[in-house]
Design a protein around this ligand. Structure first.
Ligand code: SAM
Ligand code: SF4
Length: 362
């Protein structure tokens, strides 16, 4: 089904599951889980300075979930009330068979169980895949773009080429995809370029979201040095533009304003402030099947073991695997913490959370 050389057992596990109880996943603080982000690979064709070390060691293939396993876990979430699914990474478009996975998951769009299937990408491979994504039912993608300066772009991404990403953005738009741009705010690289990015986004009819650097994973760079508080950016922008607060919320850490002069929707993701936890509706699945109930905490549930254990039992039909998953989801969500403890300061050189963003998915 996914063209990755799957075993018969995995194929059998794809049989339509028995109907699971229609119980939404609600955590102990009354927050319903309706949004799942899935990192489909830890690999990437870039090495962004805030995300990865240059000499990253990637996971051996057997540790990474197969496309069937991703589909199975995502489908379990959808049965329990997930309405929005975002594929991310690493770079999701470098995962072999990614379009097969998107096509398969799209059945939940057709059935109406899923409201949105979307993707966060660095854009490098977007030109090749944009039409297929649209044909599958994807309507919006996020593409990361931290600078419009080719040299800076190469410096920030280490291995990327700006033109390739600009082509990817244009291809996505031409295919009919709505493109939101994401830019990580970096004190020394793009602080002076935020306005240029805003103008670029407005001209292309894209929304733009600025992201504060998060202390995730060892990257061999000084994070304190890169950290640019978005409160400062917003204050500066407010001196030149009319920023109108928008009520629109996603349940995530983004707050939106409308930039009147540009007709631009501008988002601020400030995970270091505790302004988002109370409405958090999301969980994250790593490429290895670990479910993180909070981006800023280390507690996780090992869903890969759950499905591989159940899948190794020859007597277990597909529905038994789903039942085991269901139980694991209940148990995991009962442990979703109230909030996170991100801190970037000069006392601790170590990141607050040891895993990289590319493993958990941004
Ligand atoms: N490769 C894709 C991309 O770059 O869009 C998807 C994965 S990437 C991990 C998702 C988002 O996380 C990107 O917008 C990236 O800029 C952001 N990101 C990565 N590391 C980060 C960090 N340490 N702090 C804040 N944002 C980060
Ligand atoms: Fe790759 Fe995205 Fe991380 Fe950059 S931010 S290294 S593109 S995963």
């Amino acid at each position: 089904m996914f063209g990755e050389g799957n075993s018969g057992k995995e194929r059998a596990a794809q049989r339509p599951p028995a109907l699971a109880p229609d119980r939404p996943l609600v955590d102990p603080f009354g927050r319903a889980i309706s949004y799942l982000r899935v990192s489909v690979t830890d690999r990437c064709d870039f090495r962004c300075v805030y995300c990865m070390a240059e000499d990253m060691t990637f996971l051996p293939k057997h540790e990474v979930l197969s496309l069937e396993e991703i589909d199975r876990i995502a489908s379990a979430f959808i049965r329990r009330g997930t309405r929005k699914l975002r594929l991310t990474g690493g770079e999701p478009l470098v995962r072999r068979g990614i379009i097969d996975l998107v096509n398969s998951l799209a059945r939940h769009l057709k059935s109406g169980a899923l409201e949105e299937l979307t993707l966060t990408s660095n854009g490098s491979q977007m030109a090749r895949h944009a039409d297929a994504l649209f044909a599958a039912g994807v309507r919006r993608v996020n593409i990361s773009l931290d600078t419009l300066d080719p040299d800076k772009f190469s410096r920030i991404t280490r291995w990327g080429r700006l033109n390739q990403v600009l082509d990817g953005i244009a291809a996505a738009k031409a295919a009919g995809l709505q493109v939101k741009l994401n830019a990580v705010a970096l004190a020394h690289e793009n602080a002076d370029e935020i306005e240029a990015l805003m103008h670029f986004a407005a001209a292309g009819d894209h929304d733009l979201t600025l992201i504060e650097t998060m202390p995730l994973g060892e990257i061999g760079e000084d994070r304190v040095d890169q950290y640019l508080p978005l409160s400062t950016v917003r204050r500066r922008l407010a001196q030149r533009y009319t920023l109108i607060d928008l009520p629109h919320r996603t349940g995530g850490p983004a707050r939106y304003v409308r930039v009147e002069e540009l007709g631009l929707q501008l988002g601020f993701i400030t995970p270091l402030t505790h302004n988002c936890c109370e409405s958090c509706n999301r969980v994250r699945l790593t490429a290895t099947g670990q479910l993180y109930m909070c981006l800023g905490q280390d507690d996780q549930a090992d869903l890969r073991s759950v499905i591989r254990r159940a899948g190794n039992d020859d007597a277990a039909p597909g529905c038994a695997i789903d039942a085991a998953l269901d139980q694991a989801l209940d148990e995991a969500i009962s442990r979703k913490p109230k909030g996170h403890d991100f801190v970037i300061d000069r006392r601790g050189a170590r990141p607050a959370v040891a895993r990289h963003m590319s493993l958990t998915g941004g």
